[in-house]
Design a protein around this ligand. Structure first.
Ligand SMILES: [Zn+2]
Ligand SMILES: [Zn+2]
Length: 375
């Protein structure tokens, strides 16, 4: 088993080795074969090389950061204690398990739920899942704000490296477009047979094909992730709408403006957006949700109505059922029975309050293991 695991581990690095080999070969083809041996004009040589090295540097920097930044996993307060695990596992009825989880999660900043309305729980990690967190079966752990597992970087793309991943796509695309654009003239000469008998002919030919091919695949992926950032969704959330206590909401994490959504990932300082340096808001545990002041007014009104109608006698239900996530609250005007305070208060400057109710019961015994391959 040990050997199999070791083999699997080596195997997972193959896509990274493949990409690195392509980059190394493209370096040889571009710098040696094209710039040194083929291009005659000195000025052209210098300009080509300067910009080439600039794009290559940015591309490698973002690629390196995406691969090697360690993924953010569940903080310890979300893990169940041994006593809680015993309690949960000795209980066979799903609704009771869910009640136990609800009680455990009472002081945790969680506002998303399972489809059945229960607390999201990973039975592999034995932890309550923070919002936007998913279990990755390749990494064998829960990953905060998991986007997808990317085999090309042999890492999960999530809260800790999403900005780097997007920059990796962007610089990869720029690199390919730049190479394709500058090689094009010599590529045409190759076909029109005016390139002479340069030994690098084939390198230049394949360089253009490879750059154009990678550019095509990167452009769609980069475009897709630009869209996702602008609406503040992860890839997983675009496939599976997040469920809040009030029900599914596909734009549940989206801020009021696209700029605010971009800042969630790229940070406040626009001057640093281009750099693969971590700048995302928050700590990955809780996220501002859409301002729902109308909803909270509505909920309070509902609550009042229940009280008036004497429906609040069933306190065990309502105590846990109305929660206000004041995670990032600068405007937490409405409080209900149980407040959930994000352990790290200065998560997001915008101050958004989300009111969540979870009347649904049901314990999703699956850990939502996701092995999502993308790219
Ligand atoms: Zn897990
Ligand atoms: Zn993973």
């Amino acid at each position: 088993m040990g050997i199999l695991r070791a083999c699997a581990r080596v195997f997972k690095w193959l896509p990274v080795v493949f990409i690195t080999a392509i980059i190394a070969w493209s370096y040889y083809a571009y710098v040696i074969q094209l710039c040194i041996f083929t291009v005659d004009n000195i000025l052209e040589k210098v300009v080509y090389m300067v910009f080439y090295h600039l794009f290559l540097f940015l591309f490698l920097w973002a690629y390196y950061k995406t691969i090697w930044v360690s993924i953010a996993t569940i903080p310890k307060e979300f893990y169940l204690t041994d006593a809680d695990i015993d309690r949960l596992e000795n209980e066979e009825r799903g609704d009771r398990q869910d009640a136990i989880l609800k009680q455990i999660a009472k002081n945790l900043p969680v506002s998303t739920r399972t489809l059945a309305g229960g607390i999201r729980y990973c039975d592999i990690c034995r932890a309550i899942k923070p919002d936007r967190c998913h279990h990755c079966s390749v990494c064998e752990t829960c990953v905060l704000k998991m986007d997808h597992h990317c085999p090309w970087v042999n890492n999960c793309v999530g809260f800790s490296n999403y900005k780097f991943f997007i920059l990796f796509l962007m610089y990869g695309l720029l690199y390919c477009l730049y190479v394709a654009a500058t090689v094009l003239q010599y590529f045409i000469e190759f076909w029109s047979n005016t390139l002479g008998s340069t030994p690098g002919k084939f390198h230049i030919l394949f360089l253009f094909f490879a750059a154009a091919m990678f550019a095509l695949s990167l452009i769609s992926l980069f475009g897709y992730h630009c869209y996702l950032v602008s609406v503040n969704k992860t890839t997983l959330e675009s496939f599976r709408t997040p469920v809040f206590s009030s029900g599914p909401d596909k734009d549940g994490f989206s801020m009021n403006t696209k700029l605010e959504n971009i800042k969630q990932v790229f940070g406040e300082d626009i001057k640093q957006w281009w750099m693969p340096v971590f700048a995302s808001y928050g700590d990955g545990r809780c996220f501002p949700t859409r301002t729902e002041s109308e909803d909270s007014d509505h909920l309070l009104a509902e609550r009042q109505r229940w009280a008036e109608e004497g429906m609040e006698s069933d306190t065990t239900n309502t105590e846990d059922n109305i929660k206000i996530d004041i995670c990032n609250s600068g405007r937490s005007a409405h409080y209900a029975t149980s407040e959930q305070q994000c352990p790290q208060p200065s998560l997001e400057p915008n101050g958004l309050t989300a009111v969540t109710i979870d009347p649904e019961a049901g314990y999703d015994n699956k850990s939502n293991s996701i092995d999502h391959h993308h790219m």
